[in-house]
Structures are given as structure tokens and as C-alpha cells.
Write a new protein. Structure first.
Length: 206
């Protein structure tokens, strides 16, 4: 038996560029990934198409993102941060707001977010390579939603707000999935029903 230990292959990692030119190239690759994933879905999208859309060589794409999975994970990190900033911006508007007003604003801003980040709905249910990071992002968003519910009028207690935040976040995920069904003729009616359901639930809790 050989005494030489079997070496495990290192996990591929995203390369973070230090120079401005490299950062601009990565930004272009992420924009191209956003477009291709939104148009074709994760499975059908190819790295060749993404590189071509970005006007980059395939070697340049693999230099920064060794796998399609890492590209998608990075894009979801960027989009998740944008969603978190959206929730932060809602906190001031939530102060003293009625549940219906808060939910309307939440749905309005979520709709604008999905329009600006079309790949988010496509990639949201894809298993992430970094599960710990995904769980951390989810916990952060729950805390942000709970803060909104505590700030409204009438406010929820912290305990109830934390419980409702879990429900609201899952309803937001359902909203994202429904919004991604462009062929669904009754999509807007379904989203309206979802909005009313959420308002009733929050009002019952307050």
C-alpha cells in the first residue's frame, strides 16, 4: 500500500480583482450572467454565451469564475445585498405606517427590485454552493423584516414580529416565483390575493 496520501483537489474560488480594469470586467461578466440566466434559466445558460454577451473571452470568464455555479452564487450575493438595502430603505417609511400601507410599499419595491434584477427569481431556489452564506443572508433579511413590523402602527411585539418575519419572507419568495411566471395570465390577480392575505395576517397579529 502506498504511503503517499491522496491529495484532494482544492475547491474553486471566485477571484477578486484588485485593479479597476479587472473590477469593470467582473461587473460586465455579472451583468451578462444576469441577462443570460434570466433569459434561459440556470441549466440552459452556458458560460460561452455569458462570455460572448459580456464581450469577453471564455478564458477571461473562467479566470474570475471557474464554474457556472460560482458565477450564479456571486450574482445571488450581489442581488441579495441589493434586496437587503431595499429593506433597509423601507425602515423609515415603516415608522407609524398601517399594515396595508407597509405591505403595499413592500410589494411595490419588491416589484421594482425584480425588474432591476431579473435573474433573482430564476436563481432563488437553486441550491447554493455556500449554504452557510445563504443561511446568514436569510437570517439578516428576517431581522430586517421584523424591524419593519415593530416600527408600524400598531406595532407587533418583537416575539411576534420575528415569527411573522419568517412567514413574510416565505411569502416574498412565493411572490418572486409567481412574478417569474411570465406566461401566467392571472399573475397580477394572484399577486393581489397574496398581498391581501399578508395584510390580513399582519392585522390579526397586531
Amino acid at each position: 500500500m502506498s504511503s503517499q496520501k491522496t491529495r484532494e483537489k482544492p475547491h474553486p474560488e471566485v477571484r477578486s480583482p484588485q485593479r479597476r480594469r479587472g473590477r469593470e470586467r467582473v461587473a460586465a461578466l455579472l451583468r451578462a450572467g444576469e441577462e443570460i440566466f434570466a433569459e434561459k434559466g440556470f441549466d440552459a445558460a452556458t458560460m460561452t454565451e455569458i462570455a460572448a454577451r459580456a464581450g469577453a473571452s471564455i478564458g477571461s470568464l473562467y479566470q474570475f469564475f471557474p464554474t457556472k455555479e460560482l458565477l450564479a452564487d456571486t450574482l445571488q450575493d450581489v442581488n441579495g445585498d441589493a434586496l437587503s438595502r431595499m429593506l433597509d430603505a423601507l425602515e423609515e417609511a415603516a415608522k407609524g405606517a398601517k399594515p396595508a400601507t407597509l405591505v403595499d410599499r413592500l410589494f411595490r419595491d419588491l416589484s421594482a427590485f425584480l425588474e432591476a434584477h431579473p435573474a433573482f427569481a430564476v436563481l432563488s431556489d437553486r441550491p447554493a454552493a455556500d449554504k452557510a452564506k445563504k443561511a446568514e443572508r436569510r437570517q439578516r433579511m428576517r431581522g430586517q423584516i421584523a424591524a419593519l413590523l415593530v416600527a408600524m402602527d400598531p406595532p407587533l411585539s418583537r416575539e411576534r414580529a420575528e415569527r411573522m418575519a419568517v412567514i413574510v419572507l416565505h411569502l416574498m419568495r412565493i411572490s418572486v416565483a409567481i412574478s417569474g411566471e411570465a406566461e401566467l395570465a392571472i399573475r397580477e390577480d394572484v399577486l393581489s390575493d397574496l398581498r391581501r392575505m399578508l395584510i390580513r395576517q399582519i392585522e390579526e397579529e397586531s
